[in-house]
Design a protein around this ligand. Structure first.
Ligand code: NAD
Length: 258
């Protein structure tokens, strides 16, 4: 039976690369974002055509617990089972704590952390039924280290590392694993916005911002790529990774070695 994978927030960046890699590995794919556009459905169709698997685009806003739960239920209705859940949807906002907008705090905690609680709650019984499950939570180097002005993001990412460990303990010996992948900086729209904001704030050119304010944290002085994150997720979904559970894998050019 072809296995089914759900990737939240998978119309761009890391999520799209994960969806593509899992499709290449033969999984049926449920793509997700909060939009409901013809191009979202076209993306799903293009993946199906390219990799010869079944795909479905489901519009569901991960800031809503009910929508997050419905996403997993819809995937199970459509494909009959859920074997892989990648909680990837995430947003960022940068500001000091005292002026951090409360609505941004609530949105980041909801999308980057609470949505994974809701999707996991619906996915676990389905994975137990299938006798196989892989939950991969896309955390961050900020799940293990802090940076100033990223309070909500750092709190949410530390939270999802904790959720991953608890999920692993509740699924031991059931053919199900749960781990967190912790990327360093990856050049996606999420980081592109931070680069542009820093260029404006500091009146610096792009090269200087990238070298001195972004990759300064990463001893490799190189961005990780979306394909490298996708490859790590694909490994965690494989049988070779059956005994890897409740842990973190950093793909961060050495950031957290410091
Ligand atoms: P991105 O902005 O390119 O993609 C985010 C995806 O999430 C998009 O498909 C977007 O449509 C979707 N999304 C946003 N809000 C949503 C919502 N409310 N409901 C459903 N989907 C929603 O960002 P990215 O850099 O690919 O980030 C993906 C994940 O990787 C995030 O959890 C992010 O925190 C994490 N991460 C990114 C980096 C990096 O350097 N880019 C580093 C560490 C961790």
């Amino acid at each position: 039976m072809t296995r089914t994978a759900i990737v939240t927030g998978s119309t761009s960046g890391i999520g799209l690369a994960i969806a593509r890699r899992l499709a290449a590995n033969g999984f049926n794919i449920v793509l997700n974002s909060y939009t409901d556009a013809a191009e979202d459905r076209a993306l799903a169709e293009s993946l199906a055509a390219e990799f010869g698997v079944k795909t479905l685009y489901v519009s569901a806003d991960m800031s809503s617990g009910q929508a997050a739960r419905q996403l997993v239920a819809t995937a199970a209705e459509k494909f009959g089972a859920v074997h892989v859940l990648v909680n990837n949807a995430g947003i960022q906002h940068v500001a000091p704590i005292e002026s951090f907008p409360v609505e941004q705090w609530d949105r980041i905690i909801a999308i980057n952390l609470t949505s994974a609680f809701h999707t996991t709650a619906v996915a676990l019984p389905l994975m137990r039924e299938a006798g196989f499950g892989r939950i991969v939570n896309i955390a961050s180097a900020h799940g293990l280290r802090a940076s100033p002005n990223k309070s909500a993001y750092v709190a949410a990412k530390h939270g999802i590392v904790g959720l991953s460990k608890t999920t692993a303990l509740e699924t031991g010996g059931q053919g199900i694993t749960c781990n967190a992948v912790c990327p360093g900086f990856v050049l996606t729209p999420l980081v592109e916005k931070q680069i542009e904001d820093l260029m404006a704030e500091k009146s610096l050119d792009r090269e200087t911002v990238v070298a001195e304010h972004v990759l300064r944290k990463q001893p490799s002085r190189e961005f990780a790529t979306v394909e490298q994150i996708a490859g790590t997720v694909a490994f965690l979904c494989s049988d070779d990774a059956a005994q890897i559970t409740g842990t973190t894998i950093s793909v961060d050019g050495g950031w957290t070695a410091q």
